[in-house]
Design a protein around this ligand. Structure first.
Ligand code: IMP
Length: 169
């Protein structure tokens, strides 16, 4: 394992993104829709960096990964989208790799016509995503390496690591 982004750097960036999000929504109500499970650690820090008094939070579980590889198929494991009709939504994701997971989810979300959808992702592998999914609030652009820690897992392990590490087997 190799350290890629240390906890202090993550903390500082999360505060900056929180400020950008607060500034964007001002006093408009919105839902922070947190994608389980990988985003939980990031989201726990992020929501406390958002100063809005009109935000609520909700969760949805999506899954497309098996070990260190994308299966290309996305399953929606939990959640009820209809309640978000007409709502301003901020989707919170841990990492955008191929963009498959979010593209699928955004298609489903658009069907129920929210008032707006913004995407916040802690990490993006830009050279893989290639602009397929547009991220409105991004933490860090990273290379095409498999990362773990700060909520990110390898077969459910390592979510508890406080820094973001490259998994090297
Ligand atoms: P995508 O559908 O290829 O964009 O992959 C997105 C999902 O795959 C993320 O929500 C993660 O759960 C998982 N994922 C992608 N890359 C990594 C990684 O480097 N480490 C851990 N999980 C990853």
């Amino acid at each position: 394992m190799r350290k890629l982004i240390c906890r202090d750097t993550i903390h500082k960036r999360v505060q900056e993104i929180g400020a950008q999000i607060s500034d964007h929504y001002q006093n408009r109500p919105f839902t922070c829709l947190i994608i389980l499970k990988g985003s939980t650690v990031f989201a726990a820090d992020l929501i406390r960096a958002i100063t809005s008094e009109f935000m609520d939070i909700d969760f949805i579980r999506l899954s497309s990964y098996c070990g260190t590889h994308s299966t290309g198929k996305v399953e929606m494991l939990m959640g009820e989208l209809e309640k978000f009709r007409g709502r301003e939504l901020l989707v919170v994701e841990d990492i955008v790799d191929t963009g498959t997971t979010l593209s699928f989810f955004l298609e489903k979300l658009n069907e129920i016509k929210p008032a707006s959808i913004k995407i916040c992702s802690l990490l993006e592998k830009k050279e893989i995503n290639k602009g397929r999914v547009k991220i409105d609030f991004l933490g860090f652009d990273i290379k095409n390496e498999f990362v773990i820690g700060y909520g990110l897992d390898m077969n459910e392990r390592f979510r508890n690591l406080p820094d973001i590490m490259v998994y090297e087997g």
